[in-house]
Design a protein around this ligand. Sequence first.
Ligand SMILES: C[S@@+](CC[C@H](N)C(=O)[O-])C[C@H]1O[C@@H](n2cnc3c(N)ncnc32)[C@H](O)[C@@H]1O
Ligand code: SF4
Length: 365
Amino acid sequence: MITKTGIYVHIPFCESKCFYCNFVSGNYSDKIKEKYIQTLFNEIETIKDKRTIYSIFIGGGTPSVLNSRLIVNLLEKIRSNFNISKNAEITIECNPNSLNYQKLKAYKKAGINRISIGIQSLDDGVLKLIGRRHNKSRAIQAIKMAKDVGFNNINVDLLIGITKNKTIDGDVLFLKKLGVTHISAYMLILEKDTALFEKVKNGTVKLLSEDESIEQYNEYLKTLRKYGFKRYEISNFCLKGCECKHNINYWECGEYYGFGVSAHSYIDGVRYFNSNNILEYIENFNNKTYEKLTDKEKIEELLMLGLRMTKGVKLTSLNQLGYRILENKNALKMLSLNLIKTNTQRLYITYKNFGIENQIILKLI
Ligand SMILES: C[S@@+](CC[C@H](N)C(=O)[O-])C[C@H]1O[C@@H](n2cnc3c(N)ncnc32)[C@H](O)[C@@H]1O
Ligand code: SF4
């Protein structure tokens, strides 16, 4: 069932905290950064594994805030410890403010072949409202620089559901013309413990209502499709052949090593994860939490993650774990209502029912 292995490296550093974000990330001193990177290298060295790695994702946080020399060293360390496939997809998450030609050239030379830039919006008012440090022109410049340096696989992250946007069509077309090949369009989650949550609570910020957000999302769906960005996962859209291999491996419940604070790994049916606290991680990266998944839990994961993708989940993977779709009453009912479908290989949610994917998945579990 499991075919490919990926590596995720978490870089928890950002220049400042965006108002909406509760990822494990923040602004730390150079001393902490140094200690963290050293710990990361030590953690990577502990794994002696001969299996081939098909994708590497350096995420965060904002890895591009680091000196590019550290990213180059990090990739050298990974290469010296693992067998990396010649065609591996290697992604780095960046934000527009911290990118420049020198860093991008160093990334390219080190074998990074996919750039993911958090632009969030092309509206300066929105960027300010959500506490981003960059503006529209910096976002455009960052994409142009990545293209100039020769990156042909460029993702941008967008946030949906903040304020009204009358320029969705123009924005998507513009991004395509700039050379963007992949768009992650995330519906804003108003997380507790964020500055935005407080601002909404005390009335200083008013976000779109749920209905307005859904309407905006549908407008994005229509427009992305119009310009050739095919939806292949709930929030992910790309031009032909530009799907993110690393994320597809997660959604297919493939194996991955995770390094760094809060990073999760899933190897040989065992999931384990590091502390969410950077100081605890630095103090003892070996202090991991282990969870061996039962077959029932594996089935739940396959359904919950696999059905996020438009192509759905492999029937053979479900069968191997003893889940028979035709023996599940709820599944039969949903098949008859065309909410889900099967082909010879997969079970998938029909396109127009993606808005209620959570209810469908819960009924299948
Ligand atoms: C971990 S960030 C990495 C990118 C980079 N640090 C940046 O922000 O430019 C990945 C993406 O998660 C998304 N994200 C963060 N917080 C979110 C929230 N509360 N709701 C929806 N998406 C969120 C943003 O679109 C962000 O670009
Ligand atoms: S959205 Fe990105 S840049 Fe902003 S705080 Fe979160 S990880 Fe950092």
